[in-house]
Design a binder for this molecule. Structure first.
Ligand code: BG6
Length: 480
């Protein structure tokens, strides 16, 4: 591992993302020894003029919990320094550079290296100017060795053109190996498990194709609405917020071919191929919804056409998946909070037990809550009669891996950025291909050509969505 000075600079330090996700993730890494205090310094940067202690006090509440002793919290907070400045003027960034350098000189005398990680917990509208400023004033000092990396969060644009424009602006300033585009679903334990599951198990290899699989569902449900984020959400909608990124990334890992090796470029090459094989979305394979009460949010326009729910069927035009619908479903203000992948197998040919009506074989990967994988299968009902029943082979992580803490997505991903591993980050061509799939549909929605169907808060979403899944071949075996 590299040693020497490591500076982590969180831009947008007093914003929601930084407080709720970035700093807590850094704290967890610190507690596990990944951020040694003799090498690491953390800088918060934002416009507000506050002191180091003000920032520390704002963050403190998000770190304290039963598992984190107050002493650790205080020690961690002491690593954080605050610098204030604007996002588009030299002054603040020059000051920031000076502060980082001071720290580098004090810490790197032993080894000498200047590693600088800039985490942009900011709206994308300021990415180009912030990147320009970093490029001009804050790059790592090459005479010391080391690197400069930047971490950015979605939304990366609103459609193909705007995303490409953003990519070009950043791409003129930083090379692809320096840019880490976070999709936090790629940091979830069971998403990271997909490659292992598929390519390290003989069980799945011969079955994972159109001959055996009838349909695949990738579902995201939340049991709360936009809650204070109405202004942001209304501009984006559920397809840009969840489907175009999180669910599509999951789809890639479910559908991709085996990569040549585990090298990040090999894996991402295969993901891009899947995206490029997706056929244009058909209007009749889309159901949009909007929960009743969504427009009551004062930051949402009275006549908003923004979907808070969508079911979209994607079809992959290749040898493995031709004819298999990938049903992507996401919604807010539904009846439960859950994210899962449901691979449904075809009926058994020549069914001598007449058991098909009890349900098909299904392999379910529950990403959250309570990570689990289970196979729904038909067994003999225990007892004297020869009758069949649907049961489950169940691997629930909480039971199987008692005492093992599953890391938070952000924690893992930040560690990857420090280690320079881009496997779980979205490459530029991948992002482009993802926007290509959804842009025509998004434009039709933006133009008011497609309207969301109202649904009740706390429901399953519009009934039309279930009808669409059924039409695509999904056979529901239990109510969830
Ligand atoms: C974010 C979306 O990317 O993911 C939010 O912007 C959503 O709208 C969140 O609530 C869900 O993340 P998780 O990890 O709680 O499933």
């Amino acid at each position: 591992p590299e040693t020497g000075s490591l500076s982590i600079i969180v831009l947008g330090a007093s914003g929601d993302l930084a407080k709720k996700k970035t700093f807590p993730a850094l704290f967890n890494l610190y507690r596990q020894g990944f951020l040694p205090p003799d090498e690491v310094h953390i800088f918060g940067y934002a416009r507000t003029k506050i002191s180091d202690d003000d920032l520390r006090n704002r963050i403190r509440g998000y770190l304290v919990n039963d598992a984190s002793p107050l002493e650790d919290v205080s020690k961690f907070l002491q690593l954080i320094k605050y610098v204030s400045g604007s996002y588009d003027a030299a002054e603040g960034f020059q000051l920031l550079d000076k502060e980082i350098e001071k720290h580098e000189i004090s810490k790197s005398s032993r080894e000498g290296s200047s590693r600088r990680l800039f985490y942009l917990a900011l709206p994308p509208s300021v990415y180009p100017s912030v990147c320009r400023m970093i490029r001009k004033y804050c790059m790592s000092k090459s005479d010391l060795g080391g690197w400069t990396r930047i971490v950015v969060e979605k939304p990366f644009g609103k459609d193909l053109d705007s995303a490409e424009q953003l990519s070009s602006q950043i791409g003129e300033l930083f090379d692809e190996p320096q840019i880490y585009r976070i999709d936090h679903y790629l940091g979830k334990e069971l998403v990271q498990n997909l490659l292992v599951l598929r390519f390290a198990n003989r069980f799945f290899l011969p079955l994972w194709n159109r001959d055996n699989i009838d349909n695949v569902q990738i579902v995201f449900r939340e049991d709360f609405g936009t809650e204070g984020r109405g202004g942001y959400f209304d501009e984006y909608g559920i397809i840009r917020d969840i489907i175009q990124n999180h669910l599509l990334q999951v789809l890639c890992l479910v559908a991709m071919e085996k990569p040549v090796s585990l090298k990040p470029e090999h894996i991402r090459d295969e993901k891009v191929k899947v995206l490029q094989s997706v056929l244009p979305i058909k209007d009749e394979e889309v159901v949009l919804g909007q929960y009743e009460g969504y427009r009551d949010d004062p930051t949402v326009p009275d006549h908003s056409n923004t979907p808070t729910f969508a079911t979209v069927i994607l079809r992959i035009h290749n040898e493995r998946w031709e004819g298999v619908p990938f049903i992507l479903k996401a919604g807010k203000a539904l009846n439960s909070r859950k994210a899962e992948i449901r691979v449904q197998f075809k009926d058994v040919p020549g069914d001598i037990f007449k058991c098909q009506k009890q349900g098909r074989n299904e392999f379910v990967i529950r990403l959250q809550p309570s990570e689990a994988m289970y196979m729904k299968l038909t067994v003999k009902q225990p007892g004297l009669e020869m009758s069949t029943v649907q049961s489950e082979l169940d691997l629930s992580y909480r039971q199987r891996y008692q005492g093992v803490t599953i890391p938070e997505a952000y924690e893992r991903l930040i560690l990857d950025t420090i280690r320079g591993d881009q496997q779980h980050f979205v490459r530029r061509d991948e992002l482009k291909a993802a926007w290509e799939i959804f842009t025509p549909l998004l434009h039709r929605i933006d133009n008011g050509e497609m309207k969301p169907i109202p649904y009740q808060t706390g429901s399953r979403g519009p009934a039309e969505a279930d009808e669409l899944s059924a039409k695509a071949g999904y056979v529901q075996t239990h109510g969830y």
